[in-house]
Ligand binder design. Structure first.
Ligand code: ADP
Ligand code: MG
Length: 693
């Protein structure tokens, strides 16, 4: 698929724009602005009113003002490096224009004494007099129309001035080709949005400062364009995934029935519904690409197992992949009794299986003597061959982006189920996983005791350690999570080491430590001892390592809780409250705690509902902070702002899916218009998919 010719001028080199030389172009490229098309979406965040006033008489400094003046005396600096001042009179008010390092010859030409000029700049009060330091514009009155009445203010990039950006943006605007509308006309009419060119003109060419406000229709329209292009890309990924020859895996329900008979509880309604959706999807000839979203403790593992069993019932194999070896082993252990009761053959394979053992497992897998494999994500990079792999389940997937999911499908796995315990608001979920179908476990198994959550300052550490020592003596087990120090594994490690030493001094050798840099075998040994109850307190550095299930652990202490995301805290807290005793979560913070930080942590005291926590966190902190963008797979948007435009995401999602279901190849009139959008917004991934058809 070739780029449409009409768009060529917007994809020329930046240097072809008036006022942009190689240096400026390089600076812009450094900021991700590579083509005129990119410049168009580099939007002003505010605008300066330069409409002319009669006089400075009524202005309240500091503010930008434009007046016509009679030029008075020049007052060059008395000492070298001093200020160069020029007296000005606007008919009512005397004031001065001021330059640091002003050059007399240049300034005399600019403001000839006795002449009339239009000056525009920021007016400040100095020594009881108005002054304008480095006026932005000085023009003879006959050139007044060169002064924009309202001047856009752009986010700046080092090495590029406002004037250069404004000029270049004007140059790009002059190249706008006439394009068909890609937004659904009903939607556009309902929202009162301008067309694309109109929106760009409105923002780059504001008439009054209010034209560039955050919520103006023009900006919302461009934000929608961006979200829509993103959702089209995801919908195309979904479509191309489903189109590939899948496999019909129709379960008999026999093995599942045996597994269910072996557990002392019925499935929750949410689990039933999710299992039904998954089974129905697997029975279809297309490929499944489904997200299983459920809070900590909502019973995802059981659902995953029943999905894997469906593959086995259909005569194939399934694989469950966890992000770490510890979690893989933990899954292996918790599923082994179920597998045994159900009569399916389960194997766990991690990087630590070596030599003859590993070879034997690989052979069994290749021959179909293993039904369900549990391993880490590395299972797919290694020399692992399956006999008849039908389903891949990926656990705890915050590290798994769209690209990796597509890679999985290219390995020929018919059906994919991704499990995530991170409850995120719907808008963000659609942004990150819009290419998937979603099953939600919105109900928890009954009979759980609420967890008591308390906030405490680390100033009370001694008291806390004493209380913990007493509880441990009573037979309770505790996690102690040390803060993640960003970009500093060394510090991270040191803080946990120090705490470990301190707790050990207080409680003896019932305290263990796990951190990311330990050899895996040591980590495992420590975890096993904690799970067995030999260790009573586990000091841990990373979130992942505590993503484990030890029902007897009933105390969770989290240090520097204010530095964690709420979703993370919620997940950590979910590690306790799994057994029959009342559990406690202690959030330690470093004083003083700011107002926002306190409000955030307070939410955790109020609720254990992960979705509510996520929504509130979004409301307080904004999307940027909620989850690391890289981690979440949340794309970086240029115009769309998840704090303001989240509501447009669901709209874009359903609109994109609807369009693709009518016009899967984007060949109809609106489809062709959407192609232009994909080019303009550089959705390379989508364009590639269109190319392969
Ligand atoms: P998640 O992976 O979603 O955090 P798990 O699958 O680990 O949750 O389940 C948490 C606990 O709840 C496990 O001990 C599991 O055996 C139990 N459980 C799962 N489903 C049910 C159910 N329907 N009723 C009661 N307990 C359940
Ligand atoms: Mg789990």
């Amino acid at each position: 698929m070739m780029r449409p010719e009409a768009l060529f001028p917007l994809f020329a080199d930046l240097e072809t724009l008036e006022g942009i030389g190689p240096k400026t172009a390089a600076a812009l490229r450094g900021a991700g602005i590579e083509r005129p098309a990119d410049l168009l979406l580099h939007l002003p965040y505010s605008a300066i009113d330069r409409r002319r006033r009669d006089s400075l008489r009524d202005v309240t400094p500091p503010t930008v003002a434009t007046v016509q003046v009679t030029v008075g005396q020049h007052l060059p600096p008395r000492a070298k490096g001093g200020r160069y001042r020029v007296n000005l009179w606007d008919g009512t008010v005397d004031f001065q224009a001021v330059w640091f390092h002003g050059r007399a010859d240049y300034l005399t030409r600019l403001l000839p004494p006795g002449g009339t000029r239009l000056v525009s700049g920021k007016v400040e009060m100095f020594d009881g007099q108005f002054q304008m330091v480095h006026p932005d514009h000085v023009l003879p009155p006959e050139e007044a129309d060169r002064l924009p009445l309202c001047e856009p203010v752009y986010p700046l990039t080092a090495g590029v001035t406002q004037k250069q950006i404004a000029k270049a943006a004007q140059g790009a605007l002059d190249r706008l080709p006439p394009l068909e509308e890609w937004i659904d006309p009903h939607l556009r009419a309902r929202e009162g949005w301008p067309d694309w060119a109109g929106a760009l003109h409105a923002l780059h060419d504001p008439k009054v400062p209010g034209d560039v406000a955050p919520d103006v229709p023009a900006r919302r329209r461009l934000a929608y364009d961006e979200l829509f292009a993103h959702q089209i890309t995801l919908a195309m990924a979904r479509q191309s995934h489903r189109k590939q020859a899948g496999q019909i895996s129709r379960g008999t329900g026999k093995i599942a029935a045996r597994a269910l008979a072996s557990v002392p509880f019925p499935l929750t309604q949410a689990q039933e519904r999710a299992v039904d959706q998954i089974r129905a999807d697997m029975a279809e000839p297309h490929r499944m690409n489904r997200l299983l979203q459920g809070d900590v403790g909502s019973g995802k593992t059981m659902v995953a197992f029943l999905a894997l069993v469906t593959a086995v019932e259909a005569g194939g194999q399934g694989v469950l992949m966890a992000p770490t070896e510890i979690l893989a082993r933990q899954h292996g252990e918790s599923l082994a009794p179920l597998a045994q009761a159900a009569g399916v053959r389960l194997a766990v394979l991690t990087g630590r299986d070596k030599g003859a053992d590993r070879a034997a497992k690989l052979t069994a897998l290749a021959q179909g003597d293993v039904d369900i494999l549990i391993g880490t994500h590395a299972v797919f990079q290694a020399d692992v061959r399956f006999h008849d792999l039908r389903l891949a389940v990926i656990d705890e997937q915050h590290r798994f982006g769209v690209a990796q999911r597509m890679e999985l499908s290219s390995k020929g796995v018919a059906d994919v189920l991704v499990m995530t315990a991170t409850p995120i608001p719907r808008s963000l979920s659609l942004a990150s996983y819009g290419d998937m179908d979603v099953s939600v476990l919105d109900e928890k198994p009954p009979g759980r005791m609420p967890i008591t959550t308390a906030l405490m300052s680390t100033d009370r550490l001694e008291e806390i350690v004493a209380t913990l020592t007493a509880r441990v003596a009573e037979g309770r087990q505790a996690y102690w999570v040390c803060p993640l120090v960003e970009d500093s594994e060394v510090l991270d490690y040191a803080s946990a080491e120090a705490r470990f030493a301190q707790l050990r001094a207080a409680m003896g050798d019932v305290v263990g430590l796990v951190h990311a840099r330990m050899p895996p075998a040591d980590k495992d040994a420590t975890m096993t001892r904690f799970a067995a109850g030999d260790l009573r307190v586990l000091v841990a550095t990373t979130v992942i390592e505590v993503g484990v299930n030890v029902p007897n652990a009933s105390i969770m202490v989290i240090e520097r809780a204010e530095t964690f995301g709420l979703a993370q805290l919620h997940q950590l807290r979910g590690r306790v409250g799994r057994g029959s005793v009342q559990s406690t979560c202690l959030l330690l913070y470093q004083s003083p705690l700011g107002e926002t930080a306190r409000r955030r942590l307070q939410i955790l005291r109020e609720t254990e509902d992960g979705f509510r926590i996520a929504e509130e966190d979004l409301a307080i902190r904004g999307a940027g902070d909620l989850i690391g963008t890289a981690q979440s797979g949340l794309p970086k948007f240029r115009v769309a702002d998840m704090d303001r435009h989240a509501g447009l995401m669901a709209l874009a999602h359903s609109d994109a899916r609807a369009l693709l279901s009518q016009d899967p190849a984007l060949k109809g009139p609106r489809g062709l218009a959407v192609r232009n959008l994909l080019w303009l917004l550089r959705r390379d991934e989508a364009i590639r998919m269109l190319r392969v058809g």
